[in-house]
Design a protein around this ligand. Structure first.
Ligand code: DQA
Length: 170
C-alpha cells in the first residue's frame, strides 16, 4: 500500500460556490475566464474518478468519493447548506465569492459544523483591490488556493482527498 492510499472508505466532499459564480464563463471574462461552473464541476468529477480509478496503475486513493457541488447567490442558503453538512460531509471546498470578504455568518457556520475547509478562488484576490485581500475564511481553512483559475478547483478537491487520507492514517 502506497503512502497516499487509504483503504476503502467513502469520502464525502461538498464544493460550495457563492454569488455570481453561476455566471462564470460570461462574467468579467478577463478576470474569471470563459469556463462555466458546470465545466468546472465536470472537471472535478473526472479528476476524482481518475484519482480513484486510474487505468493500469494502483489507485492513488482506494476509496469511494461522493461529490456534491452547489452554488447559491444567497448567504442564508449557503449557511443552511453548511449546517446540513454536519456529520454528513467529510470536507468542504468553498469559493464564497464576494462573501469571502464580508460574511461572518459563513465563517461561523463553517466553524460550527467542524468540517475541514479548503478555500478556493479563481483570481488571485491578493493582487486585486484592497477590499478583496481579507478573507473571513482563510484563517480557519486547511489551505487556500488562489489565482489558478478553474484548475484551482481540481487542485482543491485533490488536496481535500489527500488531507482526508492523511487524517485516516493518523
Ligand atoms: C472570487 C474572488 C472574489 O473577490 C469575487 O467577489 C468573486 C470571485 C474568485 O473566485 O476569484 O466573486 O471568489
Amino acid at each position: 500500500m502506497s503512502d497516499a492510499t487509504v483503504v476503502a472508505k467513502t469520502m464525502r466532499l461538498l464544493v460550495l460556490n457563492g454569488p455570481n459564480l453561476n455566471l462564470l464563463g460570461l462574467r468579467e471574462t478577463a478576470i474569471y475566464g470563459r469556463t462555466s461552473l458546470a465545466s468546472i464541476e465536470a472537471d472535478c468529477r473526472l479528476h476524482l474518478d481518475r484519482m480513484c480509478r486510474p487505468t493500469g496503475q494502483p489507485p492513488l486513493i482506494d476509496a469511494e468519493v461522493e461529490l456534491d457541488f452547489f452554488q447559491s447567490n444567497h448567504e442564508g442558503v449557503l449557511v443552511e447548506r453548511i449546517q446540513q453538512a454536519r456529520g454528513v460531509v467529510d470536507l468542504i471546498v468553498i469559493n464564497p465569492a464576494a462573501y469571502t470578504h464580508t460574511s461572518v455568518a459563513i465563517r461561523d457556520a463553517l466553524l460550527a459544523v467542524e468540517i475541514p475547509v479548503i478555500e478556493v478562488h479563481l483570481s488571485n484576490i491578493h493582487k486585486r483591490e484592497p477590499f478583496r485581500h481579507h478573507s473571513y475564511i482563510s484563517d480557519i481553512a486547511v489551505g487556500q488556493i488562489v489565482g489558478l483559475g478553474p484548475d484551482g478547483y481540481r487542485f482543491a478537491v485533490e488536496a481535500g482527498i489527500r488531507h482526508l487520507a492523511r487524517l485516516a492514517r493518523e
